[in-house]
Design a protein around this ligand. Structure first.
Ligand code: CP
Ligand code: NVA
Length: 309
């Protein structure tokens, strides 16, 4: 296991399977355990968060450890202290750091100087903990006994080729799944991730495909996944994106093109009425709040894996 979880690709297929199995056991026996007693997690936020912040904090609490909220605005980072010096200092106090940052490169810089594990709680490029929770949700929804069975599943990601999509591409590749990314021209994932996904698929037999037409993308998919059209940091592009993405909405009509048993996922927060309708979000195929809950259980597995020494 690498010291840090910065990208989903920091994990091997075997490590992902093991985290998902451990998540299953932790969810089944939910309740306070003391496995991280005496451990502390610094949680640095450069951007807002509801799920990541609360699920990591409650996970630490239920494991007997201390979660420490560190708003980046309140740290000396804001007054120019370097990431390196911050990492070296925090390494003297804490057992691990979870960071939500604007730039992925800043998280890499922090991890380089930290002697403790650094966990990515979302950057502009990736959201690995989200995708681990998503994978666990798919296991649960389809009652899969073995996480390796995920390789039989086709996921259609409809929307912006953003951080969540990019982690999903690598995860699908690592697990040998089939992922169709359906984004409008100009909003595909970055070339670097397209190349990395193709490389991991080459080893696993997985497929990451790109499709312009949402109806074609969702045909035969077990999961239809979407996310906001304008991620944090892209707020000023919101109006323009609303126009560009208007035919990429996950709505009742699009769902008619998917299989009867297909479920709908969204990492949340949602912009209801934009990328997803109220009817779909609150409808019988939506598993979005199970997905949100599972962030807690998967984060416990991650924390135990990285912090329990
Ligand atoms: N999905 C997710 O990471 O949500 P938050 O932004 O609320 O943490
Ligand atoms: N793509 C979204 C995910 C939020 C959890 C964003 O970066 O804002």
């Amino acid at each position: 296991m690498k010291k840090d979880l910065l990208s989903i690709e920091d994990l091997t297929q075997v490590e992902i399977v093991s985290l998902l199995e451990s998540t299953r056991a932790l969810k089944a026996q939910r309740g306070p355990v003391r496995d991280l007693q005496g451990k502390s997690l610094g949680m640095i936020f450069q951007k807002p968060s509801t799920r990541t912040a609360v699920s990591f904090a409650v996970a630490m609490y239920e494991l007997g450890g201390l979660p420490l909220f560190l708003n980046a605005q309140d740290l000396q980072l804001k007054r120019g202290e370097s990431l390196g010096d911050t990492a070296k200092t925090l390494s003297r106090y804490l057992s691990g750091i979870m960071i939500r940052a604007n730039k992925h490169s800043e998280v890499e810089e922090l991890a380089k100087h930290a002697t403790l594990p650094v966990i990515n709680g979302l950057t502009d490029k990736e959201h690995p903990c989200q995708v681990l929770g998503d994978l666990f949700t798919i296991l649960e929804v389809f009652k899969l006994k073995d996480p390796r069975q995920l390789k039989n599943y086709r996921v259609a990601y409809v929307g912006d080729g953003n951080n969540v999509a990019q982690s999903w591409m690598l995860a699908a590749g690592l697990l040998g799944m089939e992922l169709v990314v359906c984004s409008p021209e100009g909003y595909l994932p970055e070339k670097e991730f397209i190349a990395r996904a193709s490389a991991v698929c080459g080893k696993s037999g997985g497929k990451v495909l790109y499709e312009k037409d949402p109806k074609t993308a969702v045909a035969g998919a077990a999961v239809i996944y979407t996310d906001v059209w304008a991620s944090m940091g892209k707020d000023e592009e919101h109006d323009r994106r609303k126009q560009v993405f208007s035919s990429y909405q996950v709505n009742e009509t699009l769902l008619q093109n998917a299989g009867k048993n297909a479920v709908v996922m969204h990492c949340l927060p949602a912009h209801r009425g934009e990328e997803i309708t109220d009817g779909v979000m609150d409808g019988p195929r939506s598993v979005v709040f199970d997905q949100a809950e599972n962030r807690l259980h998967v984060q416990k597995a991650v924390l135990l894996q990285y912090l329990k020494k």
